[in-house]
Design a binder for this molecule. Structure first.
Ligand SMILES: [Zn+2]
Length: 134
């Protein structure tokens, strides 16, 4: 039986809490692997790939889930209810999570530059392993 927490979270983000949405959101919250739709489908075979795609699009529209492009021609999905930033290994395309950085100065600078109240962010940094540059 699903947690009331998942139901509440979907509703707070303006989505009806269908079973499929709860299953896929729960999957993303418990897998920090930045999976593709195909990877999710491999683990949740009872849900069609088309439904997984449609559900992911809905979740992305709300901002609860984001898409990360790690330059491997695949769309990787990530639960983003707890904001963090990503570091992408340019050689292996590995996506690394990090949250050891205070983004507030950046958000303040962005507000100053644009006049907008900053409502969210998604930061991707790219890097190369020093061992791979020799
Ligand atoms: Zn992440």
């Amino acid at each position: 039986m699903f947690d009331q927490k998942l139901r509440n979270m979907l509703q707070r983000y303006g989505l009806r809490a269908t079973t499929q949405r709860m299953v896929i959101l729960d999957y993303l919250m418990s897998h920090k692997t930045h999976p593709t739709a195909e990877m999710i489908h491999a683990d949740l075979q009872s849900i069609s790939l088309a439904t997984i795609y449609n559900t992911l699009e809905k979740l992305v529209d709300t901002g609860l889930v984001i898409v990360i492009d790690s330059n491997d021609d695949k769309r990787h999905f990530d639960y983003y209810g707890e904001p963090h930033y990503h570091i992408i290994n340019q050689k292996t395309h590995e996506i690394i999570d990090a949250n050891n950085f205070d983004v507030q100065p950046l958000l303040d600078a962005a507000r100053k530059a644009s006049g907008l109240n900053i409502s969210g962010y998604h930061i991707e940094l790219y890097g190369i392993d020093p061992k791979d540059t020799k």
